[in-house]
Design a protein around this ligand. Structure first.
Ligand SMILES: NC(=O)c1ccc[n+]([C@@H]2O[C@H](COP(=O)([O-])OP(=O)(O)OC[C@H]3O[C@@H](n4cnc5c(N)ncnc54)[C@H](O)[C@@H]3O)[C@@H](O)[C@H]2O)c1
Length: 385
């Protein structure tokens, strides 16, 4: 097992009625910027509940709404300007990963004098940030408990992730009931995203992080059990609760400590979203089985056998190659069962920008599970067409 520094500072208030813990935001001051997306929080009552707790706690709030899925740098700049003008004490995100990521970068940019895009290009430039609080409404990205943010500049077709300890939320409120109104499509995409976060760390060259590997399998099995259940019955509390906690655990560091490996399917998907603005989890579901087939070889077969037996329950007596291949087929079939598109063509993506996207990633995947050149990335994109 490799060395690691454990740091998961975000407090989590999980379960029904935990919105009342929002009152704790008053420890940071009396002026909050509330950041949210297209307004679903007004339809499902979360906005009213949060506003009531803020008022009762003596906290006044300004609002920044309209954060896009695949949040834009322009919104970050606008939010940071508001924070400076209004002397905001803390940033409150109510939403899914897009809103939370945007709020994180607003919090960092509010304490930075230069162009906020600098902080996306280089997270080490984040030297300070306003406290960040989140109310999660969609189980998917784990942004509620991690130090990452993904921001797009659509003019440049750039969608980049940045990271800093300073943008880990101070606390997050996770009430599974707040995810009852999430559509089937977003529930499916969220499940695929959680699973992809696990795959990015489960497929590691580190062979002796046994505990982490078993925890990864537990999170994957949770998604396989509860993703379809939440789609079938959106108000199945236990399904929503298990998915929600899986989303946080998948990426808060717990599963990757001691076996860290550079990610690659996520950056490949970010290129798809940067050029075509598709839903992140959908892109991941399309690319993941193709990537798995591409990296399956004599060098990696043992890991895929472990995956097939422990996650999919494939008979351990079968030939290793059969187990490995079936584990990938089962993964692809599961995403199809969730109703997710299978190919790039299904989401309207053709050959036209694939070379440009692959070129942008050339030279970056030197320390991934299996290192990949730009040409190999292009081959994976083509096989996903
Ligand atoms: N920070 C991280 O660690 C991290 C990790 C993976 C992905 N990401 C990024 O996060 C973004 C995706 O976030 P996401 O998957 O959470 O989706 P999202 O935040 O983009 O939301 C997707 C849609 O669901 C709607 N929605 C959210 N909650 C709802 C609810 N309760 N009821 C009804 N509708 C609701 C939103 O309004 C939006 O239209 C992408 O930009 C992705 O690259 C971040």
């Amino acid at each position: 097992m490799q060395n690691f520094n454990y740091s998961i500072p975000t407090k989590v208030y999980f379960g029904k009625g935990q919105i009342k813990k929002l009152s704790k935001i008053s420890q940071f001051g009396t002026k909050v910027l509330m950041v949210y997306g297209g307004g679903s929080i007004k339809g499902n009552g979360i906005y009213d509940k949060a506003a009531a707790v803020l008022r009762e706690s003596g906290v006044s709030f300004f609002e920044l709404s309209g954060v896009d899925p695949n949040p834009r740098i322009e919104t970050v700049a606008l939010g940071a300007k508001l924070c400076k003008e209004k002397e905001i004490d803390a940033v409150l995100a109510i939403g899914g990963g897009s809103t939370i990521d945007c709020a994180k970068m607003i919090a960092a940019a509010a304490k930075y004098d230069g162009d906020p895009w600098d902080l996306v290009l280089d997270g080490s430039k984040i030297k300070d940030a306003l406290p960040i609080v989140t109310i999660l409404t969609l189980a998917a990205t784990g942004s509620e408990m991690d130090g990452f943010a993904v921001i797009s500049d659509m003019d440049k077709n750039d969608k980049l992730d940045t990271a800093s300890e300073l943008i880990k939320p101070a606390f997050s409120i996770l009430d599974p009931k707040f995810t009852y109104s999430v559509s089937q499509k977003q529930t499916a995409a969220g499940t695929a995203d959680i699973m992809s976060h696990v795959f990015e760390v489960y497929f590691t060259r580190e062979k002796d992080a046994f505990l982490q590997a078993r925890m990864c399998e537990a999170v994957l099995k949770t998604c396989i059990k509860y993703g379809p259940a939440a789609m079938e019955n959106p108000e199945d509390y236990d399904a929503r609760a298990n998915l929600m906690w899986a989303s946080s655990l998948a990426i808060n560091g717990l599963l990757s400590y001691g076996s860290d490996v550079q990610w690659c399917v996520h950056p490949m998907e970010h290129e798809l979203s940067a050029f075509y603005d598709i839903t992140h989890g959908v892109g991941l579901a399309i690319l993941t089985p193709v990537w798995m087939e591409y990296v399956l070889s004599e060098a990696t077969i043992d890991k895929f056998v472990e995956f097939g037996i422990n996650v999919w329950g494939i008979d351990a007596e079968r030939e290793p190659r059969q187990i490995a291949e079936e584990s990938i087929d089962r993964t692809r079939a599961f995403f199809a069962q969730l109703g997710l598109p299978r190919t790039l063509a299904d989401v309207g993506i053709g050959e036209e920008n694939l070379s440009k996207m692959a070129d942008k990633l050339d030279g970056l995947f030197t320390d991934t599970y299996i290192p990949l050149t730009g040409n190999e990335v292009l081959e994976i994109y083509r096989r996903a067409l």
